[in-house]
Write a protein that binds this ligand. Structure first.
Ligand code: NAD
Length: 260
């Protein structure tokens, strides 16, 4: 068991990639806190995990853009399980539009969820990791941490920004045994992506099938979606890695869409 009794918080784990990560961590003995805006779905996910793996799982209501809710949620996990070993800052949304039509309010909402969320959850978890001299912080980046696409100005900006924050935490946390890394998935068929397909088809004036084949998967080596389970495997690798040899890094899992 690679994460036996490790206390893990995964934000946005009521759905999609975060949910798959929570299941994978529990399968390796981790205690998992499902932190999400959607408390009903988070509770359902926690119940499913407890039933499937017999490990502790709990749901926490958390809007990652609220300092108060983040701090209260992290504290509730520490009160229940004593510490924090792994943070996966994963919660995210997508809003697509061209720069000149992008509402400033949408821009701010995107940066708040992706960047403020990563900052606030890290800030709340790091003192507990420093106190015990170990911990792993994982940000959910994207191929869009490295690459740009039209219509995704706020998303690309925020996902690039996470690389910087992870590197700073890696440098600040190194001597305290805390590592920080970024996972960069290609397209994964989750509700976040399903919502984009008709939106992009409309914006770009092409069919939904073309969005999937050309825009999303056109540059992969095999025309395949990456799966949430693929990303959960990378998240397990980062969480369970034992030394500071692997910190301040980003790993792209995208069926070869982006190669570096
Ligand atoms: P999803 O829509 O399936 O799940 C996102 C979850 O985040 C939902 O449960 C939602 O309730 C929660 N959430 C949204 N706003 C929140 C907030 N303010 N506070 C707390 N929770 C909030 O999406 P997904 O595809 O699983 O995406 C998860 C992460 O992976 C995101 O950061 C996304 O940018 C990233 N990502 C996704 C893909 C993809 O193709 N799906 C690719 C690269 C990166």
């Amino acid at each position: 068991m690679k994460l036996q009794d490790k206390v893990c918080i995964v934000t946005g784990a009521a759905s999609g990639i975060g949910n798959a990560i929570a299941h994978r961590y529990a399968s390796e003995g981790g205690k998992v806190a499902i932190a999400d805006l959607n408390i009903e779905a988070a509770q359902k996910a926690a119940d499913e995990i407890e039933a499937r793996f017999g490990t502790d799982a709990k749901a926490i209501v958390m809007d990652v853009t609220s300092e108060e809710q983040v701090n209260a949620g992290v504290q509730s996990v520490v009160d229940a399980w004593g510490t924090i070993d792994v943070l996966v800052s994963n919660a995210g949304i997508q809003i697509v539009n061209s720069v000149e039509q992008f509402a400033f309010s949408d821009w701010k909402k995107m940066l708040a969820i992706h960047l403020d969320g990563a900052f606030l959850t890290s800030k709340a978890c790091l003192p507990h990791m420093y106190a015990q001299g170990s911990g792993s912080v994982i940000f959910m980046g994207s191929v869009h941490s490295k690459e740009a696409s039209p219509l995704k100005s706020a998303y690309v900006t925020a996902k690039h920004g996470l690389l910087g924050l992870a590197r700073v935490i890696a440098k600040e946390g190194g001597k305290k045994g805390v590592r920080s890394n970024v996972i960069c998935p290609g397209f994964v068929r989750t509700p976040l992506v399903d919502k984009q397909i008709p939106e992009q088809a409309k914006e770009l004036g092409i069919s939904e099938e073309e969005v999937v084949k050309k825009i999303m998967l056109g540059q992969t080596v095999d025309g395949e979606f990456t799966t949430a389970e693929d990303i959960a495997e990378v998240a397990l690798f980062f969480a369970a890695f034992q030394t500071n040899a692997l910190t301040g890094q980003s790993l792209v899992a995208s069926h070869g869409w982006y190669m570096e």
